[in-house]
Design a protein around this ligand. Structure first.
Ligand code: HPA
Length: 264
């Protein structure tokens, strides 16, 4: 059974850490999902590049529900997600990794839930700890084991995109307590919790956010920083996968106990 999933963000399109990789297509109530499956450290891993393998899917058009449903359907219970982010917080420097622990949602036009009322009922999922603390801890231990510096927490504000933010927006987000800005963690993290899966994001700072950076933002600088840090990201993922106990239970996997569990 495939218990671990990787959702690759910008710049992470190829599951090169996996062996015996094959392509699979699966149907979900939200449409088809193509993903890759391969092995690493004796574990089967599913890989979905969030933006498609050629970076053709914009943040606001990603089929978040289909991706999470597909992972749930094949048995994944732990998702490691990567995300390129802008930094609002000077100590979170270019190339740094942050194990995100909170988010603020400023998206505008996305479906946020698998539960839309009707016969299936209304569900209000708890997000006191939106990112799985156990999985975050595995990432932290892995990073310490291999000597990669990470920030153990950070608040991610999710914007609708695909445009970058204005300096006025960034100043506001900063006042609200955000450290990082990106366009994809919401609703992905929310859906993973609704689907009763452990989910953690490794954010990589690719730029200082608008107005904090003295120059206009370019996608080119984002890609350049990602390329420089991809090896470390891979090493961190590999060492974290080794630490994940795929049989371990976790409160994330009981998030909807009150509602009789998530039904696929
Ligand atoms: N803003 C939003 N998303 C991003 C950024 C940013 O500055 N950098 C990388 N993803």
């Amino acid at each position: 059974m495939i218990k671990i999933g990787i959702i690759g963000g910008t710049g992470v399109y190829d599951p090169s850490i996996l062996k015996n990789v094959h392509q699979v297509e699966t149907m979900t109530p939200y449409g088809k999902v193509n993903y890759k499956v391969g092995d690493f450290a004796g574990k089967s891993i599913a890989f979905i590049p969030r933006h498609g393998s050629k970076h053709s899917i914009a943040p606001h058009l990603i089929n978040y529900r289909a991706n999470i449903w597909a992972m749930k359907k094949i048995g994944v219970n732990n998702i490691l997600a990567t995300a390129a982010v802008g930094s609002l917080h000077l100590p979170m420097n270019l190339g740094d990794f942050i194990l995100v622990d909170q988010f603020i949602d400023f998206t505008k036009n996305r479906v946020m839930t698998f539960h839309e009322g009707g016969e299936k009922g209304v569900v209000h999922v708890d997000l006191t700890n939106p990112y799985c603390p156990t999985l975050r801890d595995k990432l932290l231990v892995a990073a310490q084991n291999i000597g990669i510096a990470v920030h153990s927490q950070g608040t991610y504000v999710c914007t609708e995109g695909p445009r970058f933010e204005t300096p006025a927006e960034i100043a506001m987000f900063s006042k609200l307590g955000a450290h990082l800005v990106g366009m994809t963690n919401v609703p992905e993290v929310v859906l993973a919790r609704e689907a009763e899966m452990c989910y953690s994001t490794i954010a990589m700072v690719t730029n200082y956010a608008a107005g904090i950076s003295s120059t206009p933002l370019t996608y080119g600088e984002v890609i350049k920083i990602i390329k420089q840090n991809t090896e470390n990201l891979k090493t961190l993922l590999m060492n974290t996968i080794k630490l994940i106990d795929i049989e371990a239970d976790c409160s994330c996997q009981h998030a909807l106990d009150e509602y009789g569990g998530f039904k696929i």
